[in-house]
Design a protein around this ligand. Structure first.
Ligand SMILES: Nc1ncnc2c1ncn2[C@@H]1O[C@H](COP(=O)(O)OP(=O)(O)O)[C@@H](O)[C@H]1O
Ligand SMILES: [Mg+2]
Length: 334
């Protein structure tokens, strides 16, 4: 994708929240791109800063520093005035679509709303477009007359996707868009997103805490830990030959995407427990060395379009990252 202008580019983003006496560096120097029609997966434990990245991209939060470019243009420029062009082109799908919809309005009304606001259609043409959108997400157009509480969680999520598609966006920001659903429904919605990518060429920033789920759709993967990007690269490479111990941990601790309901939620990255210096992951890292406790590693290229922010990335070969071998040279018996 290097020769194509990225659809979305995040450059050295930083965002700090002050909550009472506590300062949280929610996003620390995050950089990555989303190409046209590309699905980029953004994964990490709860609290790693994923939703803050989504909010920055959606213009709901402003970065302390760093820049976001869409189609090569800076975000503040695109949001100036009504910001309508950007707000139509970049749409969000959240975890709970029932919550996101107005409970007093019908499902059809919620899907029609963006078309009305942006003056795209009215009257019969509006109703026809809503029916078309419902069919596009494999829902019966008759559902337009129902209220959010009268449909299932999976149907609500499909309706939320229909609403997000109404203005023919170039980019969907999906923040935990399948996380609240039963595993069987998750798989259906994941497939719907893939179908949307294929049919409309829609790019996606697909955020989730479950690596196996996100891996299923992502072309590229960005792994966040404690506000920073630990590793990023082609999804298959990152997932089958991770070059950061944190990615390895995510893979090993993740429940499989196929069977059964997922167990307890992911472990939270606790801001209070993070070291003030060195690599933030050092206290939990099985490969930690003394250097890791003082030097905060910057992302380094480990392959084509693949980078890792680990000092020992070079030692993490495919063999080294097998769980049974996941120990330092020193500790290996014999
Ligand atoms: N509006 C806010 N005010 C204070 N702290 C916040 C706010 N939003 C997020 N945070 C903090 O920033 C960190 C990252 O949160 P978030 O981006 O929601 O992570 P994730 O989506 O990966 O779970 C967390 O420590 C969270 O408590
Ligand atoms: Mg979140």
């Amino acid at each position: 994708m290097a020769d194509v202008t990225p659809l979305l580019e995040l450059r050295n983003l930083r965002k700090t929240f002050i909550a009472g006496a506590r300062t949280v560096q929610a996003v620390r120097d995050v950089s990555f791109t989303v190409g046209p029609g590309e699905i980029v997966g953004l994964v990490g434990e709860s609290g790693s800063g994923k939703s803050t990245v989504a909010d920055l991209v959606l213009g709901l939060e402003r970065p302390d520093s760093g820049e976001i470019f869409y189609g090569g243009r800076p975000l503040p420029e695109l949001l100036a005035g009504s910001g309508r062009g950007y707000r139509a082109a970049v749409q969000a799908v959240f975890q709970d679509s029932v919550q996101a919809m107005d409970g007093r309005k019908t499902v059809g009304w919620s899907i029609a709303e963006p078309l009305v606001i942006h003056k795209v259609a009215r009257g019969a043409a509006l109703r026809a477009r809503v029916a078309e959108l419902l069919r596009a997400v494999h829902l019966d157009p008759a559902l337009a007359g129902r209220y959010p509480h009268q449909i299932s969680g999976g149907q609500a999520q499909r309706a939320g996707i229909a609403r997000a598609l109404a203005l023919k966006p170039a980019l969907l920001v999906c923040d935990e868009a399948v996380s609240a659903l039963d595993v069987s429904v998750q798989a259906q919605i994941v497939n719907l997103f893939l179908e949307i990518q294929e049919r409309y060429g829609t790019a996606m920033l697909f955020i989730g805490h479950s690596l196996p789920v996100v891996r299923h759709l992502a072309d590229r993967m960005v792994v966040m830990y404690a506000g920073a990007v630990a590793e990023q690269g082609p999804a298959e490479q990152v997932c089958s030959a991770p070059r950061h111990p944190y990615t390895r941990l995510l893979i090993d601790s993740a429940p499989s995407f196929e069977p059964g309901p997922s167990p307890a939620g992911p472990r939270r990255t606790r801001g209070e427990g993070l070291p003030a210096a060195g690599c933030r992951f050092a206290p939990r890292c099985p490969l930690v060395t003394d250097t890791c406790r003082t030097a905060d590693p910057a992302p380094r290229e480990v392959g084509a379009g693949h980078s890792s922010a680990c000092l020992r990335a070079g030692e993490l070969t495919v063999a080294e990252t097998r769980p049974s071998r996941f120990s330092t040279e020193k500790r290996r018996p014999g």
